[in-house]
Design a protein around this ligand. Structure first.
Ligand code: ADP
Length: 400
């Protein structure tokens, strides 16, 4: 079966089409600047020429129609007609309390719509994507995969905030976490690499990118994760502050006269390594500035490494040990220096990485040093494949 995976953002649509016989990507692409001047589609068939189409793209329906046109194009296409698409899998950022992927029906759409309050930019766009597919591919089943679903395995004491209970219930305030599909994918892959079922392993997965989160995994489910009610919590990130004393928020609003929206912007867009260094939110720029002796870049880097170490240590404690440690996403897959700094002086926990093996960028490799108890891996994430697998499983179960 061929499965189309869609990731609809507020002004973009990313897509990949898989042949699930061998999980091969047939083509992938991106529509950018939907509804704003300068819209463009970039389509890349595997092993073929790239297609770029620049034209006005008013909404998600038009964007998805263009993707489908590219997929069926006589020269750049990879399928003959739309009927070859067996199912569509949608990435949904906020799935509330959905514990796994589900088939789209009226109740799923209603639930995603209700969650728009928690993820206004993302869930609305995903809904528009689902409705566009219903209009263009009326006979093709659709599945939604939620970034939050994997974390629904957390126990109540890991997801409940110590605020007035009724207030949290009223406003659906709890830890939801994020990057769940990525954490699950790399954990499953790591289990395959060590040759044991994930159910038997204690795993800590570090998804380190522009947005970063670390997850403790037990019994093949998320046991705790560093992101919270929103993706602002946890580690210091590119431009997000991560964990801070919550009292700083009303203090700064009072002193500087910030509105809630301004405070939100400050913590999401002007903080993190960007805010501390004054250099950049991109870790490559931070590494370069550090090499030139920029002390604030050094400070930002050290804060990041320190918080990552703290989460790993905390998660070893709550898991009562760790068998496997995984690094993934932009920084986790590519930054030799970040992995080396985070894993330094962790021998008490049985963590140690090999300098030579750690020289890896963007590909799968075990980096464990000889004698270290914890198996450490670099594993490129593949959220789209995870979504395609879930979509296939649900559609096949439905057909039975
Ligand atoms: P997002 O959260 O936007 O999906 P990514 O997972 O793409 O982010 O990660 C982006 C981050 O990864 C950037 O901060 C970038 O600096 C970092 N990164 C990418 N490649 C490298 C590299 N070769 N060395 C160091 N950092 C890298």
């Amino acid at each position: 079966m061929k499965i189309l995976v869609l990731n609809c953002g507020s002004s973009s649509v990313k897509y990949q089409i898989f042949d699930m016989q061998d999980e091969r990507v047939l083509a992938k692409g991106l529509v950018e600047r939907i509804g704003i001047p300068g819209s463009v589609l970039t389509h890349r068939p595997a092993g073929g020429d790239k297609l770029v189409r620049e034209e006005e793209i008013a909404d998600h329906k038009e964007a998805i129609r263009l993707c489908l046109e590219a997929l069926t194009d006589p020269h750049y296409g990879v399928i003959k007609d739309y009927s070859e698409i067996g199912a569509v899998g949608h990435r949904i950022v906020h799935g509330g309390t959905f514990p796994h992927s589900v088939l789209v029906d009226a109740s799923t759409k209603e639930a995603i719509g209700e969650l728009e309050a928690l993820a206004p930019l993302h869930n609305g766009a995903a809904l528009r994507g689902i409705e566009a597919c219903e209009a263009i591919l009326p006979h093709t089943p659709q599945v939604t995969a939620f970034d939050t679903a994997f974390h629904q395995g957390m126990p109540d004491y890991a997801y409940t905030y110590s605020l007035p209970y009724e207030l949290c219930q009223k406003h659906l305030i709890r830890r939801y976490g994020a990057h769940g599909t990525s954490h699950q994918y790399v954990a499953l892959r790591a289990a395959a690499l060590v040759g044991r079922p994930l159910e038997e392993l204690k795993v800590i997965t570090c998804h380190l990118g522009n947005g970063s989160s670390i997850t403790a995994i037990k019994n093949a489910r998320s046991y705790d994760t560093s992101m919270g009610f929103t993706p602002l919590a946890g580690l210091t990130m590119g431009s997000r502050c991560g964990d801070i004393d919550p009292a700083i928020v009303p203090f700064l609003m009072d002193k500087e006269g910030y509105t809630p929206a301004e405070m939100d912007q400050l913590m999401n867009r002007h903080s993190g390594v960007l805010g501390v260094s004054g250099v950049s939110s991109d870790f490559r720029d931070i590494e370069a500035a550090m090499a030139e002796g920029n002390d604030r870049a050094r400070l930002a880097w050290d804060i990041f490494v320190h918080t990552a170490k703290k989460y790993i240590g905390a998660y070893v404690a709550i898991l009562n040990g760790v068998d496997v440690l995984v690094f993934t996403a932009g920084l986790g897959e590519n930054s030799v220096a970040a992995r080396e700094a985070i894993c330094q002086d962790m021998d008490y926990l049985g963590i140690g990485i090999d300098r030579e093996k750690n020289q890896v960028r963007g590909r799968e490799q075990e980096i464990t040093s000889p004698g270290a108890r914890v198996r450490t891996f670099v594993i490129p994430t593949n959220e789209e494949l995870m979504i395609a697998r879930d979509t296939l499983a649900i559609v096949q179960a439905q057909a039975r």
